[in-house]
Design a protein around this ligand. Structure first.
Ligand code: ZN
Length: 137
Protein backbone atom coordinates (compact mmCIF):
# COMPACT_ATOMS: atom_id res chain seq x y z
CA UNK A 1 0.00 0.00 0.00
CA UNK A 2 1.30 3.45 -0.85
CA UNK A 3 1.18 6.60 1.26
CA UNK A 4 -1.21 8.98 -0.58
CA UNK A 5 0.82 11.98 0.60
CA UNK A 6 4.36 11.16 -0.43
CA UNK A 7 4.02 7.84 -2.28
CA UNK A 8 6.29 5.87 0.06
CA UNK A 9 5.40 2.20 0.39
CA UNK A 10 3.71 1.53 3.71
CA UNK A 11 4.37 -1.77 5.41
CA UNK A 12 2.65 -2.72 8.66
CA UNK A 13 5.27 -3.01 11.38
CA UNK A 14 3.84 -6.17 12.87
CA UNK A 15 4.10 -9.56 11.19
CA UNK A 16 0.31 -10.00 11.20
CA UNK A 17 -1.97 -9.69 8.21
CA UNK A 18 0.48 -11.12 5.73
CA UNK A 19 -0.63 -10.85 2.10
CA UNK A 20 -2.41 -13.97 0.92
CA UNK A 21 -2.88 -15.31 4.46
CA UNK A 22 -6.18 -17.01 5.14
CA UNK A 23 -7.84 -15.39 8.13
CA UNK A 24 -11.46 -16.50 7.69
CA UNK A 25 -12.53 -13.14 6.32
CA UNK A 26 -12.29 -11.46 9.71
CA UNK A 27 -11.14 -7.86 9.94
CA UNK A 28 -8.11 -7.87 12.18
CA UNK A 29 -8.40 -5.64 15.25
CA UNK A 30 -6.78 -2.26 14.92
CA UNK A 31 -3.20 -2.06 16.09
CA UNK A 32 -2.58 -0.22 19.36
CA UNK A 33 -0.47 2.47 17.71
CA UNK A 34 -1.89 4.57 14.89
CA UNK A 35 -0.07 3.74 11.69
CA UNK A 36 1.94 6.56 10.18
CA UNK A 37 4.02 6.88 7.05
CA UNK A 38 7.66 6.41 7.95
CA UNK A 39 8.73 9.06 5.46
CA UNK A 40 6.25 11.97 5.84
CA UNK A 41 4.58 10.85 9.11
CA UNK A 42 1.08 11.22 7.63
CA UNK A 43 -1.61 9.40 9.62
CA UNK A 44 -2.57 6.41 7.51
CA UNK A 45 -5.16 4.84 9.85
CA UNK A 46 -8.18 5.97 7.76
CA UNK A 47 -6.57 4.63 4.63
CA UNK A 48 -5.85 1.31 6.32
CA UNK A 49 -9.41 1.08 7.64
CA UNK A 50 -10.71 1.62 4.12
CA UNK A 51 -8.29 -0.96 2.81
CA UNK A 52 -9.42 -3.51 5.44
CA UNK A 53 -13.07 -2.83 4.61
CA UNK A 54 -12.34 -3.25 0.91
CA UNK A 55 -10.59 -6.56 1.58
CA UNK A 56 -13.63 -7.69 3.56
CA UNK A 57 -15.96 -6.93 0.62
CA UNK A 58 -13.53 -8.66 -1.73
CA UNK A 59 -13.58 -11.81 0.44
CA UNK A 60 -17.40 -11.77 0.54
CA UNK A 61 -17.31 -11.52 -3.23
CA UNK A 62 -14.98 -14.53 -3.48
CA UNK A 63 -17.30 -16.47 -1.18
CA UNK A 64 -20.38 -15.58 -3.29
CA UNK A 65 -18.47 -16.51 -6.44
CA UNK A 66 -17.79 -19.99 -5.04
CA UNK A 67 -21.51 -20.37 -4.33
CA UNK A 68 -22.37 -19.32 -7.88
CA UNK A 69 -23.99 -15.97 -7.00
CA UNK A 70 -22.19 -14.00 -9.69
CA UNK A 71 -24.22 -10.74 -9.74
CA UNK A 72 -24.12 -10.56 -5.92
CA UNK A 73 -20.39 -11.26 -5.99
CA UNK A 74 -19.93 -8.48 -8.55
CA UNK A 75 -21.86 -6.05 -6.33
CA UNK A 76 -19.59 -6.83 -3.37
CA UNK A 77 -16.46 -6.62 -5.46
CA UNK A 78 -17.61 -3.26 -6.83
CA UNK A 79 -17.94 -2.07 -3.22
CA UNK A 80 -14.36 -3.17 -2.67
CA UNK A 81 -13.24 -1.27 -5.78
CA UNK A 82 -15.16 1.84 -4.68
CA UNK A 83 -13.31 1.80 -1.36
CA UNK A 84 -9.91 0.93 -2.72
CA UNK A 85 -9.37 1.18 -6.45
CA UNK A 86 -5.67 0.42 -6.53
CA UNK A 87 -5.80 -3.30 -5.73
CA UNK A 88 -5.00 -5.55 -8.68
CA UNK A 89 -6.82 -8.56 -7.19
CA UNK A 90 -10.12 -6.64 -7.07
CA UNK A 91 -9.86 -5.88 -10.79
CA UNK A 92 -8.83 -9.45 -11.54
CA UNK A 93 -11.92 -10.75 -9.74
CA UNK A 94 -14.12 -8.16 -11.48
CA UNK A 95 -12.80 -9.53 -14.77
CA UNK A 96 -13.55 -13.09 -13.77
CA UNK A 97 -17.10 -12.16 -12.73
CA UNK A 98 -17.71 -10.29 -15.98
CA UNK A 99 -16.43 -13.27 -17.96
CA UNK A 100 -18.66 -15.67 -16.02
CA UNK A 101 -21.63 -13.49 -16.98
CA UNK A 102 -20.57 -13.41 -20.61
CA UNK A 103 -19.36 -9.80 -20.60
CA UNK A 104 -16.02 -10.37 -22.26
CA UNK A 105 -15.32 -6.78 -23.21
CA UNK A 106 -15.63 -5.69 -19.57
CA UNK A 107 -13.68 -8.74 -18.42
CA UNK A 108 -10.74 -7.87 -20.65
CA UNK A 109 -10.81 -4.22 -19.51
CA UNK A 110 -10.74 -5.32 -15.86
CA UNK A 111 -7.86 -7.74 -16.38
CA UNK A 112 -5.89 -5.11 -18.28
CA UNK A 113 -6.45 -2.70 -15.37
CA UNK A 114 -5.29 -5.40 -12.93
CA UNK A 115 -2.10 -5.90 -14.94
CA UNK A 116 -1.54 -2.15 -15.08
CA UNK A 117 -1.64 -2.04 -11.28
CA UNK A 118 0.34 -5.25 -10.85
CA UNK A 119 2.13 -6.62 -13.93
CA UNK A 120 2.70 -9.89 -12.07
CA UNK A 121 -0.97 -10.51 -11.26
CA UNK A 122 -1.27 -14.15 -12.30
CA UNK A 123 -5.07 -14.37 -12.48
CA UNK A 124 -5.33 -11.45 -14.88
CA UNK A 125 -2.25 -12.49 -16.87
CA UNK A 126 -3.41 -16.09 -17.31
CA UNK A 127 -6.95 -15.09 -18.28
CA UNK A 128 -5.78 -12.59 -20.89
CA UNK A 129 -3.35 -15.17 -22.24
CA UNK A 130 -6.17 -17.70 -22.51
CA UNK A 131 -8.37 -15.26 -24.40
CA UNK A 132 -5.58 -14.45 -26.82
CA UNK A 133 -5.09 -18.16 -27.54
CA UNK A 134 -8.82 -18.66 -28.07
CA UNK A 135 -8.92 -15.73 -30.49
CA UNK A 136 -6.07 -17.23 -32.49
CA UNK A 137 -7.69 -20.67 -32.61
ZN1 ZN B 1 4.13 9.53 3.28
Amino acid sequence: MKCPVCGAIYRPTKGTGAQGGETDGQISPLPAHSPTCRRCKADLSDLINLHDQAIWYHRQALDLLLKGYYPEAATHNNQALALYYGHADFHALAGKLSALQGEWREAIASWQQALKLDPKNTVAGDCLEMIKLNLII
